[in-house]
Design a protein around this ligand. Sequence first.
Ligand code: SF4
Ligand code: SF4
Ligand code: SF4
Length: 287
Amino acid sequence: MCNTCFTHTKTGRMWFKDAKRYSRFMYHRTRVEQTKKNTKRIKGGTAAIEAAAGPMIAQAIDAYNLKDERFPDLMRAANRLHTQVQGAQTLTLQDSLDLIDISSPICFIHCECRKAKFGYVERDRSKMTCLGLGIGMFRWERTPARYVAGAEWVDHDEAREWVIKWNKKGLVQNLMNFGMRNGGPYIGGLCNCSRPDCSSIENRLRYGEKQLIKGERVAIHNKENCTGCFNCVQRCQFGAIAADIRQNKVQIDAQMCFGCGLCESVCNDDAIELKNRKDFSILRYDW
Ligand code: SF4
Ligand code: SF4
Ligand code: SF4
């Protein structure tokens, strides 16, 4: 269980496996009183934190790019907010399929990162890589001026097929929150990302912004079994795998691993195993 589990669930389950987080109860903002009650220790409630996080992160990134010495302090402050307003977490394929099973409705939506970075919006399902989950997707369908590509509904079987296909292709599955509702993160989407597009991965790796946190698992390498095929190297979007040409093996840096499992699924020699992060004292608090 990660920090988000401790902060936002009382069930003892991984926070993203709690079906309530995809529900009408979590989506509606009308239960303001309950939100206030759940978050009364935070001045202004979680909505205030959500509003503060964006400008603070922008300020920190500006400081980084301008080589301003205040950058570490600004990013530390932004990351303190992220512990309360969790944004995203990397998942394995199996955890992603479990999410599909407990979410309804499900639809294809355009990729916000590609829209913001490159200024285009996919309107063709074969090019989309984002799945919207839960009741909030009705808003995407009903507000075409804002959500320009709308929402294309899919059933559970088709959604599962697409996620398996994207995973095979090498896209990372990242769970996305669509803001805070009723005292916790409301899960609104399952993104299937590649680093050049993805603001979450890029901002984490380049600036250390913890909007995206690491997954529950970590890849552990068995050097004895490694045959040096290097298939796994190009699968890692987080730079955790290095080709050791001298020894004709790879090296996996567990502290850089986000636990997506993309490397494990292409290793035909049983040289990579996904283990629970919490079982390693050096990794269990490293999210
Ligand atoms: S997180 Fe990934 S899939 Fe989602 S909007 Fe960004 S790049 Fe697109
Ligand atoms: S895919 Fe497996 S065998 Fe091939 S280099 Fe990676 S760890 Fe070694
Ligand atoms: S080492 Fe493997 S599990 Fe870890 S982030 Fe890279 S591809 Fe994913």
